[in-house]
Design a protein around this ligand. Structure first.
Ligand SMILES: Nc1ncnc2c1ncn2[C@@H]1O[C@H](COP(=O)(O)OP(=O)(O)OP(=O)(O)O)[C@@H](O)[C@H]1O
Length: 247
């Protein structure tokens, strides 16, 4: 069953052509990693999936919602499609527990005791139960990102989008966040789309790797093929050889 379908999607920022003829299908439960040079349109692509960036033409269906139709209720779609950002976007004036409980309480009207129980389970899952009463400012970057992931999971989404979730972190924090993400990829049936340069993560849990350049999808391969046979386009090979020093 498809979770995400792009059919000939075009996206412009003013005159700038940011996404060019995107065709992509992601099945429910798949983990897909998006890679490519800076400015290639990776963030733009995943931001169109939950309606943060509107598309100009083509068809985009996410969880049966038609994002090409301006009348579609994006707030309803976002209950099922969460997003984890590079810079965490936690509510700075609320304690960690409240960061996690707020949206389920307001949006889903989840009963308070059930909401609290799930929030504590999620804090345990990301290894931060002892930070429930801390303010975000008291946490390291890696801890903030693990809380941001727990907050997204609290909505029990069908699909989670990650926009360079480890790029703003000090190197020693990255593995803790990737471990949480790997656990979700392996042990849940959630659909995951992850923009990242972490090739170890891609090799470990991705079903597919998509390579973008200049607003286009140039490769859409199984993980085995992408890393095993070498990418088929010159652009992707060049990109991989440039980043190989950082793997
Ligand atoms: N709001 C915006 N207005 C105008 N141009 C934008 C906007 N957002 C992105 N762009 C442009 O669209 C192109 C694609 O940007 P995008 O952030 O999607 O790339 P990316 O592949 O995610 O890059 P990076 O890895 O550097 O984040 C870039 O040239 C960028 O300058």
């Amino acid at each position: 069953m498809s979770m995400i379908e792009f059919h000939n999607v075009e996206k412009y920022y003013g005159k700038f052509h940011a996404l060019k003829n995107i065709n992509l299908n992601v099945d429910a439960g798949e983990t897909v990693v998006l890679i490519g040079p800076s400015g290639s349109g990776k963030s733009t692509l995943i931001r169109t999936i939950n309606g943060l960036d509107p598309i100009q033409s083509g068809k985009l269906i996410v969880n049966n919602y038609d994002l090409s139709d301006k009348k579609t209720n994006i707030n309803k779609l976002r209950r099922d499609v969460g997003m984890v950002f590079q810079h965490f976007n936690l509510y700075q004036n609320k304690i960690v527990l409240e960061n996690i409980m707020l949206a389920p309480r307001i949006v889903l009207k989840r009963p308070e005791d059930e909401n609290h129980e799930l929030a504590m389970q999620l804090l345990n899952k990301v290894g931060l139960a002892n930070k429930a009463d801390s303010m975000p400012s008291q946490l390291s970057g890696g801890q903030k990102q693990r809380i941001a992931i727990a907050r997204s999971l609290a909505m029990k989404p069908k699909c989670l989008l990650f926009d360079e979730p480890t790029s703003a972190l000090d190197p020693e924090m990255i593995d803790d966040v990737l471990d949480v993400m790997k656990d979700i990829a392996k042990n849940s049936n959630m659909t995951m789309l992850v923009v990242t340069h972490e090739m170890g993560f891609a090799r470990a849990v991705a079903d597919r790797v998509i390579f973008m350049a200049d607003g286009q999808i140039l490769e859409d391969d199984s993980t085995e093929k992408f890393f095993g046979d070498q990418p088929s386009t010159d652009r992707a090979r060049e990109f991989m050889s440039k980043i190989s020093g950082h793997l």
